[in-house]
Design a protein around this ligand. Structure first.
Ligand code: F6P
Length: 357
């Protein structure tokens, strides 16, 4: 009898359920006798022994369901070695719960921080296989994470809707897109939605260049300008600040987010009426799109196969159109950024998109 634990950790995203279903279906289909244990709310469930046995009923009808049937939470890697408020050693507690249940493997569906903890548990001797989830697509070692394409769809839908109202009113609109410290989501949704200006953290912006792009559109007779701004976008000026200086600036920051700072600067510099739309967590919500359903199912099946082969300590990844396994030790703690020299950036510039640089 095989015993497998599973958890979903960090910010949720579309296709978490599809990926878990993929793992379960693959293992069940192999004919191996297996029990699945679902830890509730991410690593918290593993730390505090909060789990339930999962049956085939749990996995029926979830391919298309958003969110996660297990619940999720953030358990920062930074403090994972620190005891909790009652003095509990969290890493030791996770190990003990794993051993108590006599698990053969722990399956972790997570983003950056969660992969670091997965690697730590693997180094501590647990059998771990992980899957790359996040709308940010910022995981090192994989060309794509599941959840990303669905979030691109949502963010693109927002830009599409804003386009029509921006056109009617002749306004400048900023749409702030999630993505944490990287610009993948904004870049892709921005291009898909035909944004005129795309601002991502990897290419610090100059407000003057953004205003020039708006004025150029005015001169060409365009009634509106669409600006897709990554939540992590940063000005050239701020990018030059030391960590300490930037922290000080942010401590006294009067705007809800960078988009509002940009909006005010545009209004001040060229007098345009600017509106800001922040779709926020909508981008992580709802059903996975067909791409993610297929992608997460494939990743899940390959993760199941790794477990059947007793190959542990890997994240299932997507590289050059192939599903591969990457050692957890190779990916932990690394972020995958958009390269300012990437051909997609060059092509976007050829199309006339302004990146504010
Ligand atoms: O990592 C996914 C993500 O949605 C980021 O894009 C965003 O910065 C962050 O999570 C939001 O986190 P929370 O759900 O904790 O507000």
């Amino acid at each position: 009898m095989m015993r497998i634990g599973m958890l979903t950790s960090g910010g949720d995203c579309q296709a978490l359920n599809a990926a878990m279903r993929g793992v379960v279906k693959c293992i069940a289909h192999s004919g191996v006798e297996v029990e699945f244990y679902g830890f509730k709310n991410g690593y918290k469930g593993l730390i505090y022994g909060d789990f339930r046995m999962l049956t085939s009923k749990d996995f029926s009808g979830i391919l298309t369901k958003g969110g996660t049937i297990l619940g999720s939470s953030r358990t920062p890697f930074k403090t994972i070695r620190e005891p909790d408020e009652n003095g509990l050693d969290k890493v030791e507690a996770m190990k003990q719960n794993y051993y108590k249940l006599q698990l053969d493997c722990l399956v972790v569906l997570g983003g950056n921080g969660s992969q670091k903890t997965a690697n730590l548990l693997s180094e501590e001797g647990l059998n771990v296989v992980s899957l790359p989830k996040t709308i940010d697509n910022d995981l090192w070692g994989t060309d794509m994470t599941f959840g990303f394409q669905s979030a691109v769809d949502v963010a693109t839908g927002v830009i599409d809707n804003i386009h029509t109202t921006a056109d009617s009113h002749g306004r400048v609109f900023i749409i702030e897109v999630m993505g944490h410290k990287v610009g993948w989501l904004t870049l892709n949704a921005g291009l898909a939605g035909g944004a005129d200006v795309i601002l991502i953290p990897e290419i610090p912006y100059d407000i003057g260049k953004i205003c020039d792009a708006i004025k150029a559109r005015d001169e060409r007779g365009s009634r509106f300008t669409i600006i897709a701004v990554a939540e992590g976008a940063i000005s050239k000026k701020d990018a030059k600040l030391s960590k300490k200086e930037y922290k000080e600036k942010m401590a006294n920051y009067k705007y809800p987010s960078v988009s509002y700072e940009i909006a005010e600067a545009i209004q001040k510099n060229i007098g345009h009426e600017v509106r800001v739309t922040v779709p926020g967590h909508m981008q992580r919500g709802g059903a996975p799109d067909p791409y993610d359903r297929v992608f997460a199912s494939r990743l899940g099946a390959e993760a199941g196969q790794l477990i059947l082969n007793k190959e542990y300590g890997y994240m299932v990844a997507y590289k050059n159109r192939e599903i591969v396994k990457v050692p957890l030790s190779e990916i932990a703690g690394k972020l995958k950024y958009v390269s300012p020299d990437a051909s997609i950036i060059k092509e976007a510039k050829m199309l006339g998109v302004c990146f504010g640089d």
